[in-house]
Ligand binder design. Structure first.
Ligand SMILES: C[S@@+](CC[C@H](N)C(=O)[O-])C[C@H]1O[C@@H](n2cnc3c(N)ncnc32)[C@H](O)[C@@H]1O
Length: 205
């Protein structure tokens, strides 16, 4: 119960913070989901689902596997997903996807996980690469460490607060992690007026 309250509180804070970020023009998460997700076809793996914010943007034909290491978050996600026919829910850590077959997914979607909450993001990215088909695509929405010294300083100063309130790191170099895990980045977009919020589309090398 305490975990559920903690996770729900984190999720609540996450929604408030991203609502604020949208308001001040940093990132419009819903518009990004709407632009990127409906075109995904075949088998899709959604890692670190939260309360299934991506759900309403997947096409009806997609077969979506939803994965989270918090049972309570999966329960919340199950409540959100009303049409469960094309959905599978898996309780697992993103760093170990050994229950999933190699090269079995057409797309992997990861929204604010590798950049903030997974302990070893390169290990998790290597697992995503293993389960992704050769011609498949991984979509990562992430925040990264800014190159602007003032924003970077702000990120380092705010990190302890961010870890405490939403359990999130702010200073990771997710682009390097993606490359170090053996992906090739085919598209990179920056959203908003800073260089912090990014969309990476990557494929296996
Ligand atoms: C910021 S929320 C996710 C937001 C969600 N992807 C979205 O689209 O809004 C972080 C989620 O990742 C999950 N998570 C964190 N580390 C994980 C890991 N190592 N393996 C699987 N899930 C993880 C958390 O339980 C939580 O549900």
């Amino acid at each position: 119960m305490r975990e559920l309250i903690k996770n729900s509180r984190n999720l609540h804070m996450y929604r408030i913070i991203y609502g604020l970020f949208r308001h001040i023009g940093l990132i419009d998460l819903e518009s990004l989901r709407k632009k990127l997700l409906p075109k995904l076809k075949g088998k899709v793996l959604d890692i670190g689902v939260g309360d299934a914010g991506n759900y309403r943007y997947y096409s009806k034909g997609a077969k979506v596997t939803i994965l989270d290491f918090e049972k309570k978050m999966l329960e919340l996600a199950k409540k959100t997903v009303s049409d469960k026919k094309n959905y599978t829910f898996i309780h697992a850590d993103a760093q170990d996807l050994s229950m999933l077959k190699k090269s079995s997914f057409d797309a992997v979607v990861v929204v604010f996980i590798y950049c903030c909450s997974v302990k070893d993001s390169v290990a998790a990215l290597k697992e995503a690469k293993r389960v992704l088909k050769k011609n498949g695509r991984m979509i990562v929405i992430a925040h990264v460490l800014s190159k602007n010294w003032l924003i970077k300083l702000h990120q380092y100063v705010m990190e302890p607060f961010s870890r405490l309130v939403i359990g999130s790191d702010m200073t990771r170099d997710t682009k390097s992690d993606i490359l170090n895990a053996g992906f090739k980045i085919v598209e990179e977009h920056t959203t908003g007026w800073t260089d912090v919020f990014k969309v990476f589309i990557a494929k296996r090398k």
